[in-house]
Design a protein around this ligand. Structure first.
Ligand SMILES: [Zn+2]
Length: 328
């Protein structure tokens, strides 16, 4: 079995978690949160494996019956809950299943582990149904909740979990791993910057199709500067990529704000976009950039919860606002 490795930048967190487990002080519910691309899933997988393993060392042994079952894709003492295929919400039925699961005895005589991901996807009924199990979980039960945006969770759920916040990663801490993934120091550093210090996101963004998308968005913005119509630029972009397009826009606005406030190109996450930023900075209205940033974050939130049915309109409105900002 290929062990789910702990990411090198999570070694300290991992040591802390294993000490808790080995001294019998592991809480019954963990909320592991941090931005997409920091490695929450990898940390959780390593913890799931070690918790279920019959003879764990620093990590799960990889050989015991429990490790073998986990590797096969089915373990009777592990229950994973995520939104159904094509859906955004976790509804009450799978949480009722969680409640039944925790009321039973572990089949392998060890821990039962319940993983809920992303935890913010639980609707109110589901979250309320989970509360009782979180309050009285029974012995040897470990809940692992994963969340990109814990502020979207019910406060009553958050407060019943021990929170583990995974912050963005300093380059030195992920440098070797990124060079291994991306082939060179220059590539590693560039994509680490673009991803805002999120190593797995850096690798995602550096993949060919994602690179092409970034290039295309950049090109559309250049065209906007030259007077192209936002609606025709919106038609050239893939509306299915609206979340990524908003994500880039947010990252670029944050760059613009950094540049506008400091005047220093060294602070940029996207140094290759400096000429574009200089164009926008000529307008010099920082409050407009902040307003656009709020707008984009809200649109991303609405898309995430399924409350925004028309990505094409969002895309057009987004580019109309950028066009106003880029043209002096
Ligand atoms: Zn094992």
């Amino acid at each position: 079995m290929a062990l789910t490795g702990v990411m090198p930048w999570h070694q300290a967190t991992w040591q802390h978690l294993t000490r808790l487990a080995d001294s019998g002080r592991m809480p019954h519910a963990l909320l592991i949160h941090g931005a997409h691309g920091v490695g929450k899933q990898q940390l959780a997988e390593a913890l799931i494996a070690r918790t279920l393993c019959a003879s764990p060392a620093d990590q799960a042994c990889g050989h015991c019956h429990s490790c073998a079952m986990l590797a096969s894709g089915y373990h009777p003492d592990l229950l994973r809950v995520s939104p159904e295929e094509g859906k955004r919400q976790i509804r009450i039925d799978p949480i009722r299943e969680v409640n039944r699961f925790v009321s039973q005895t572990a089949q392998q005589g060890g821990y039962r582990v319940i993983v809920i991901s992303p935890a913010e996807a639980m609707n109110v009924a589901a979250a309320n149904a989970l509360l009782k199990s979180l309050e009285e979980p029974g012995e040897k039960t470990l809940f692992i909740l994963l969340s990109d945006v814990p502020s979207r969770m019910l406060a009553t759920i958050r407060s019943r979990c021990q929170q583990w916040s995974l912050a963005s990663v300093a380059f030195e801490a992920c440098r070797g791993w990124l060079i291994e993934q991306l082939g060179s120091l220059d590539e590693a550093y560039f994509w680490w910057q673009v991803a805002g210090g999120l190593p797995l996101l850096a690798v995602e963004l550096a993949a060919p199709e994602e690179r092409a998308l970034r290039h295309q968005i950049h090109d559309s913005f250049e065209q906007l500067v030259r007077g192209s119509e936002p609606v025709s630029e919106a038609a050239r972009l893939d509306r299915q990529a609206i979340d990524a397009i908003l994500w880039y826009g947010i990252a670029w606005l944050e760059d613009l704000i950094r540049l506008g406030l400091s005047g220093e190109a060294a602070v940029l996450h996207n140094p290759d976009l400096e000429p574009l930023y200089r164009q926008a900075v000529k307008n010099g209205r920082v409050q407009d950039w902040f307003r656009l940033l709020d707008y984009a974050r809200e649109q991303r939130r609405l898309l995430a919860v399924g409350a925004n049915p028309n990505p094409q309109l969002v895309l057009e409105a987004w580019l109309v606002r950028w066009a106003a900002l880029l043209r002096s």
